[in-house]
Design a protein around this ligand. Structure first.
Ligand code: FAD
Length: 450
């Protein structure tokens, strides 16, 4: 292939996108090397989806143990040990990191456990000073938490640190209204913390259907989570007793023992050497790529969060796979389809959605038909838990084609994964109506919508 280069491919960053691309390129016969400056697996495995979901499971027991009494169980002396859970989670993260590393090594990918940057045409320099060359370079460096630049911002933690806390905060202020803010609000609230979400705008989860957002907010409020909207932080001051005084622009100061920023993520492009070879970036700092993930420099590609297309693991993986197949495989080059991507918020209860929300559907199609089911799942009835679930299906008024489905309630993400197949395949509501329900389930509501 690129005989006069050291490698056919050099990947910078071994997260979801970089790992998939490196492994697949090697399986296609390419000589691959890759550099990772922190831990193999990247954000998702080390400090994102995976440990987060484990904490969500742990948090759910708070409600399940409470509900158990309504199902006849006596639960005596229950208590929660954060350090035990944290350490279990971290142990499993280490195990998965090992599997990722082993898979790459089995595919003969040469691994450099250090930082890398582009220092010339086809040339990469590692932190140790070693210089290598590659025919193709893949930038898969991901993104990192953005912390707003107010006074005292150095006292604020992000999701990176949240997994390693010594104890559950007693009262935590979470800045931001996106999925990470709402997920950690649910986690810490279930573990007994007093949680306040402070958001600059007047809403949460702005990409989700308003009915789902509203339901999550109502349920979060009923569980004791407080929301401060249209709020801006002026300063965070550390007190002598270790607490933090948070001074707002237009509200009385409040005291917390932890302040966490979940205020978006910025692409990792600093010190990558992009200027050295003239790789173009956009206004959000994202690396600009075409539909085949190619940058403006012919031999340099970029996948995943650093391109800021859709910041989700399965998307980064698909982009990595498509890049490797297209450049090193024997297929025609192909692009990743970024439409109709299902997603979830692992809040308490979770939200999941696919396709357009009602507002987007109305803007695009004008006349839409909306079918809703607002119900209390059987388990919540027995548990005497006053928590209702909501399912919404939005269809094109003329053809009946499903444009989007959204749901909030137990197991919503599990249910939505299957429903997303139907929406992606362009099915109609009539196809759902023609499907017999599995009774009694929560998911049956999807085929019983009127
Ligand atoms: P990353 O996984 O971030 O990997 C990039 C890697 O590059 C990192 O390991 C970094 O150390 C390395 N790197 C950077 N610069 C260099 C350099 N110069 N040299 C060497 N190495 C370098 N997505 C979901 O789909 N579902 C979820 O439930 C979900 N939950 C999340 C929860 C949290 C708290 C967070 C933060 C994210 C979550 N995500 C979730 C998003 C998901 O983690 C990312 O979309 C995904 O990891 C992106 O993969 P990537 O390969 O682009 O980058």
């Amino acid at each position: 292939m690129g005989e006069h280069y050291d490698y056919d491919l050099f990947t910078i960053g071994l997260g979801s996108g970089g790992t998939r691309a490196s492994r697949v390129a090697a399986a296609h016969g390419a000589r691959v090397a890759a550099a990772e400056e922190y831990r193999v697996g990247g954000t998702c495995v080390i400090r994102g989806c995976v440990p987060k979901k484990m904490l969500v499971y742990g948090a759910q027991f708070a409600e399940d143990l409470e509900d158990a009494t309504h199902f006849g169980w006596t639960v005596e002396g229950k208590s929660f040990d954060w350090v035990k859970l944290r350490d279990h989670v971290m142990r499993d993260v280490g195990r998965i990191e090992g599997i990722y590393t082993e898979t790459l090594e089995k595919h003969d990918v040469t691994l450099f456990h250090e930082r890398a940057e582009i220092t010339g045409d086809h040339q990469i320099t590692l932190a140790s000073g070693k210089v290598v060359t590659a025919k193709y370079i893949l930038l898969a460096t991901g993104a990192r938490p953005h912390v707003p630049d107010f006074k005292g911002h150095e006292h604020v933690i992000t999701s990176n640190e949240a997994f390693h806390l010594d104890k559950v905060p007693e009262c935590i202020l979470i800045l931001g209204g996106g999925y990470i803010a709402n997920e950690f609000a649910g986690i810490f609230n279930e573990f007994g913390a007093q949680v306040v979400i402070a958001q600059r705008s007047d809403t949460i989860l702005r990409h989700y259907d308003f009915a789902m957002r509203d339901r999550l907010m109502q349920l979060s409020l009923s569980k004791g989570i407080e929301f401060l909207f249209n709020t801006q932080i002026e300063e965070v001051v550390k007190q002598e007793d270790g607490m933090f005084e948070v001074r707002f622009k237009d509200k009385e100061p409040r005291h917390f023992d932890c302040v966490m920023a979940a205020t978006g993520r910025v692409p990792n492009i600093e010190g990558l050497g992009l200027d050295t070879v003239g790789v173009k970036t956009g206004e959000r700092g994202q690396i600009k790529v075409d539909e085949f993930s190619k940058t403006n420099v012919d031999y340099i590609y970029a996948v995943g969060d650093v391109t800021d297309r859709v910041q989700l693991t399965p998307v980064a993986i698909r982009e990595g796979q498509a890049f490797a197949d297209s450049v090193f495989g024997d297929k025609e080059p192909y692009a990743v389809d970024h439409t109709c991507i299902p997603s979830a918020v692992f809040s308490h209860p979770p939200i999941a959605a696919v396709g357009l929300n009602e507002r987007e559907a109305k803007d695009k199609y004008g006349q839409v038909a909306v079918y809703t089911s607002d119900f209390r799942p059987m388990k919540n009835v027995v548990a005497d838990r006053n928590e209702r679930s909501l399912i919404k299906m939005i269809c094109d008024g003329a053809s009946g084609k499903i444009l989007g489905i959204a749901m909030i309630g137990p197991d919503a993400p599990e249910i939505m994964q299957a429903a997303a197949v139907a929406v992606k395949a362009g099915m109609n509501k009539a196809d759902f109506d023609a499907t017999t329900a599995i009774h009694p389930t929560v998911a049956e509501e999807l085929v019983l919508l009127r």
